[in-house]
Design a binder for this molecule. Structure first.
Ligand code: FA5
Length: 352
């Protein structure tokens, strides 16, 4: 029996063919492999052709072995073809996805909101005058927002702050919850937690149940200030606020104090910044027919408020103020409508 007509020869043909197929990496190489092993003059085809000349026993064993190897090689070829095609398509996707000749996409870089920038500027100004920054809750108890600020239930001054209630206030509910209408409740929380000398500022969000207009939002920020110690006078309040206005607006802008009423201070004032027409251009910083724009309320902490937190008003005095950072930005940058701040219009926001 010629050697190439044995079962072991068929097996060695199979092993050699499979090894060569594994090394074929392209469709062309696989086709060349098919011709070399399974084509008309292919090596396995030669073996199958030789089967006819064998003895009946050998024909059966070698013939069936060669046919098994033929179907095995055909299946192996199909699988290899699939694998090579898949690898090529993945590689094509990858090269299609990355066109290295295109310019890159600019990564959009966010910026700080104008209110955040102003709050930071205000905090820096007071920080350099020795004030600490503290923060408190936006959902507040009536106790802190009104009661301990000398505004008991039924007090007419409650109408100064149109309130968004979280709980419906009723007879049995001693201290209902609300969205704080001002940052002043933090005066109480701070005096309960710290002992004089106290010097803090409190930036934070406030809410009011109000119709909006060019200078009023229903949600806005305030920065509260509180200083309590022995011997603090109204002159300290004025000096601190003048210095603050000078740092934010520069020397040339004028500041006006007027008497005002807030139940938790005595005396109380409000402070406005000049909005005069420029004699040369005829323009105002904010295009409103007003010479002064109010930015804050302030005053000397009321003795009743000090007593409420256990401080003796014969020993300690203090001043407090609450300002609107949006109004300050409006005056500084000539923004005419406060509603621009929270309408999320990038044409406005990108200018800061
Ligand atoms: C108060 O809220 C007092 N808590 C301020 C205060 C603190 C007085 C400490 C005395 C001592 P008023 O409601 O005036 O006061 O608000 C203070 C500032 O917040 C205003 O001057 C204004 O700058 C800003 N503000 C008030 N209401 C609005 C509003 N609806 N939209 C935008 N800013 C506002």
């Amino acid at each position: 029996m010629p050697d190439n007509a044995s079962v072991s020869h068929v097996e060695s043909v199979r092993d050699a063919a499979l090894a060569e197929l594994a090394a074929a990496d392209t469709a062309e190489q696989i086709e060349a492999w098919r011709i070399a092993w399974l084509g008309r003059r292919g090596r396995l085809t030669q073996v199958l052709r030789g089967v006819g000349g064998l003895s009946p026993d050998e024909r059966r064993s070698v013939g069936s072995a060669a046919n098994r190897v033929k179907s095995l090689l055909e299946q192996a070829r199909a699988e290899r073809q699939d694998a090579v095609a898949r690898a090529k398509s993945d590689a094509d996707d990858f090269t299609d996805a990355i066109d290295v000749t295109l310019p890159g996409w600019p990564t959009p870089v966010g910026g700080l909101h104008p209110t955040t920038q102003m709050i930071r500027e205000i905090c820096d100004a007071f920080g350099s005058m020795g004030f600490d920054v503290v923060e408190g809750p936006e959902v507040e108890w009536d106790l802190y927002n009104f009661e301990m600020l000398n505004i008991p239930k039924g007090h007419a001054a409650r109408d100064m702050w149109a309130t968004l209630w979280v709980d419906q206030p009723d007879e049995d509910d001693d201290y209902p919850m609300l969205m704080r209408t001002q940052t002043s409740p933090m005066q109480i929380r701070t005096m309960q937690e710290r002992k004089p000398p106290i010097r803090v500022i409190v930036p934070g969000k406030c809410y009011r149940y109000e119709a909006t207009d060019a200078t009023h939002e229903w949600h806005f920020y305030q920065v509260e200030g509180l200083a309590v110690d022995r011997g603090i006078t109204f002159a300290d309040l004025k000096g601190t606020l003048y210095e603050f206005a000078r740092r934010i607006f520069g020397e040339e802008r004028q500041v006006r104090f007027r008497c005002d009423y807030f139940p938790f201070v005595e005396p109380g004032v409000d402070m406005s910044i000049s909005n005069f027409k420029d004699p040369q251009t005829g323009k105002r910083p904010i295009n409103r027919d007003e010479d002064w724009i109010e930015i804050l309320g302030a005053g000397m902490v009321h003795p009743k408020v000090l007593e409420g937190v256990g401080l003796d008003p014969q020993i300690y005095t203090g001043f407090a103020f609450g300002m609107g950072p949006e109004r300050i930005s409006m005056l500084k940058y000539g923004i005419e409508d406060i509603r621009l701040f929270y309408s999320n219009d990038l044409r406005f926001l990108n200018q800061f």
